[in-house]
Design a protein around this ligand. Structure first.
Ligand code: SF4
Length: 74
């Protein structure tokens, strides 16, 4: 089973899923996100500020290991 972590914004009605089997904590999502949604914790990305997301899809598009799935960017 893949290790999928989820963050949800009830305010925005969006979900970010990160595949922790793929995530290597490179931090590209941290670098590209204009809303500072992401934070690397213990070598993996987390999305504690998902309520600030502007749904630009840069995180999903730029992840070099395709670990991020954003519900607004399918
Ligand atoms: S969709 Fe855009 S604003 Fe939302 S988490 Fe991804 S990079 Fe950040």
């Amino acid at each position: 089973m893949a290790d999928i972590r989820k963050w949800e914004s009830k305010k925005l009605g969006v979900v970010i899923e990160v595949d922790y089997d793929k995530c290597q904590g490179i931090g590209q999502c941290v670098a590209v996100c204009p809303s500072n949604v992401y934070e690397i914790v213990k070598g993996k990305t987390t999305a504690p500020n998902i309520d600030e997301c502007i749904q630009c899809c840069a995180c999903q598009e730029s992840c070099p290991v395709v670990a991020i799935k954003h519900s607004a960017c399918q």
